[in-house]
Design a binder for this molecule. Sequence first.
Ligand SMILES: [Zn+2]
Length: 340
Amino acid sequence: MIVRCWLLILLSFALFAAAAPAAFIRGHAYVAVADWAAANGFHPLARSRGAFTWTNRSSRLTLEKDSHTAQINGVNVALAFPVALEKGTPFVAQLDLAKTIEPLMFTPRFAGKRIFTIVLDPGHGGKDAGNHVGYHAEKDYTLALAGALRAQLTNAGFNVLLTRSGDKYVELDARPDLANRRGADLFVSLHFNATEAGKSEVNGPETYCITPVGAASSNAQGEGANHGACLANRVENKSLLLAYLVQKSLVRTLGGPDRSVRRARFAVLRDATMPAILVESGYMTHPSEGRRIFDAGYRRLIASAIAHGIINYQQLTAVPMTSKPKPAASRSAARAKSGK
Ligand SMILES: [Zn+2]
């Protein structure tokens, strides 16, 4: 009996040591990043200009006080809650650790599935022109980009479907619906951005994926945190990884500022049952980025960046067919169990 008690005490100490201390900050559960990092084999680097960095042999996490963005292996990723500093120690929201940081820092092991069909969704169309800059309408450039991307993905061996192939109005919910009905493996919605304020300052790509339950979307100023789960939340970690790899490829290929992986409950993302992202490949309103977007050569470069991100995603998530075969006994047992 005494031995059992001691075992329990030792076990609870071990569990306590592995768990990072939590705190409630502005009503949300937060974790001391230093404790989380130590428990997961990361060590801190010297603090530089208000930024805290932890690293191990393969990964690096950088956080800044009050920032809604984490830098994960060099790519900006939006957080639901700002990084807090308590007595000089950075804290990050538990939800951000679980839903954003950990899924991207610890290479996920998804059940391998070959990507065959990709649905591309050229944003807007018909009576919905999207953003306008002078005589340039967003709907024309999303369609042109979709054509360039379709050519590259088809060359790479994918089966590519478009939600519209002409200047046609398509309801928002019909777009992921097509992907669901056709059994698509990925859904990629294509857009170009615009801003009213700071037209000559705001440029660079943004890539969106579904907002996790319990969080507000990145551009929602804290609204909508009580939104329930969408169909898309079932595969949210896969969508996050796809968004991350596409954003990384866009920033590396196009240069310019990294406006981060972001979260949104856009109608075209909510009901997709496969990994789904929405790519804003740049700002039409920016004097030089806008000019480039209107150029076919630059759009081919954007297309190659998105295609590269998709191929990287496929390589990270596909399980090679050469995986070790199961012993014969368990194979026949599995056959008997499944009735095949
Ligand atoms: Zn748009």
